[in-house]
Design a protein around this ligand. Structure first.
Ligand SMILES: Cc1cc2nc3c(=O)[nH]c(=O)nc-3n(C[C@H](O)[C@H](O)[C@H](O)COP(=O)(O)OP(=O)(O)OC[C@H]3O[C@@H](n4cnc5c(N)ncnc54)[C@H](O)[C@@H]3O)c2cc1C
Length: 297
């Protein structure tokens, strides 16, 4: 099922898992179910910590759960997470298997402390470039906090659901059966929407800061450049951005950034962030300016 290079890569990655995990499939007689069995048995052959079992305990078929044995830590995929979602599958295996994520300690703590039951369903397509971020964020959240459940659904294999729920674009996320959001979202954006106290805590932190000489509103290429120039002049500089990276985050292929023949939006946004981080600029991301009030003098 996997080509040799991909199989080797995954095998190497799976050496990092520390807890035993189980791949539990719900299948029907279709071709996609047969492909899923092939994929899951192949993955199980890569590590003695992974077992494959057919349970048929879920209505969506084919689907499978990746579960940390003896715990309720689990994520589920409905369909075959290949194409752009293969990375999501690899990360889910690693994280359910106990490998730490790259999320900040602060965000992990926020997720751990979320109260209530959250049942997320994300519709994706295998060619969607904005889907993996959302799928991976929600998978990670469900690994950290078992009150959060997530199933990532390949819409192409479940057309009746897609039609009934009027899913027009992907990623499309439902929470507890109700539409939640569509389009690209970061882990932090999702967490802050669920964490009702987050806004107040952030406001307290920002209010406690001493005034900036220059406060740039917006964290796209223009805001990033402005903040670097201000900081280079020795001014105390801050950036308040609703979404650091700006529109650049929404595009994959950029070919008119002279001297760089080709780059991708998220890569350019990460480079902007790294460049700003080289300076003493206080970046306050996920903050929306409601109004601007002129200072004295
Ligand atoms: C799909 C797509 C593809 C593109 N492809 C290309 C391309 O190939 N080549 C090219 O040259 N250009 C391309 N562009 C355009 C390019 O991305 C923009 O010209 C560029 O991002 C503009 O930079 P900016 O910093 O002025 O604004 P933006 O990138 O729009 O950034 C605005 C910033 O302000 C923040 N903000 C807005 N309101 C508030 C508020 N009230 N409070 C706090 N923060 C706020 C936003 O969150 C964001 O951080 C593309 C755009 C899109 C959407």
């Amino acid at each position: 099922m996997l080509d040799a290079a991909l199989a080797n890569q995954l095998k190497t990655l799976l050496a990092n898992i520390t807890f035993p995990i189980e791949l539990a499939a719900s299948l029907d007689d279709g071709k996609k179910s047969a492909e899923l069995v092939e994929l899951l048995t192949e993955i199980a052959s890569f590590s003695d910590k992974i077992t494959y079992v057919r349970t048929d305990d879920d209505e969506r078929r084919p689907s499978f759960a990746i579960t940390r044995v003896g715990t309720d830590v689990s994520v589920r995929f409905a369909g075959l997470p290949m194409g752009h979602e293969f990375t999501s599958l690899a990360l889910a295996l690693l994280q359910v298997g106990g490998h730490p994520s790259k999320a900040s300690e602060e965000t992990i703590e926020q997720i751990r402390n979320l109260e209530g039951e959250y049942r997320f369903e994300t519709y994706f397509s295998l060619s969607c470039q904005n889907c993996p971020d959302v799928v991976q964020a929600l998978n990670l959240m469900s690994v950290i906090n078992p009150n959060i459940r997530h199933v990532a659904i390949d819409g192409a294999l479940f057309p009746d659901e897609v039609e009934a729920r009027q899913v027009m674009a992907v990623p499309n996320v439902f929470l507890n059966g109700e539409p939640f959001e569509q389009g690209r979202m970061t882990l932090e954006q999702i967490v802050n929407r669920l964490d009702s106290g987050a806004a107040a805590r952030e406001a307290d932190k920002i209010n406690a800061k001493s005034p900036f000489d220059v406060l740039v509103i917006g964290g796209g290429p223009a805001g990033a450049a402005a903040s670097i120039y201000a900081s280079r002049k020795g001014l105390r500089t801050g950036v308040a951005a609703e979404r650091f990276g700006g529109q650049v985050l929404d595009t994959m292929s950029i070919e008119n950034f002279i001297s760089v023949q080709h780059t991708e939006g998220p890569k350019l946004a990460a480079a902007l962030e790294a460049h700003v981080a080289d300076y003493d600029v206080d970046v306050m991301n996920l903050q929306k300016a409601a109004k601007i009030i002129g200072g004295e003098g």
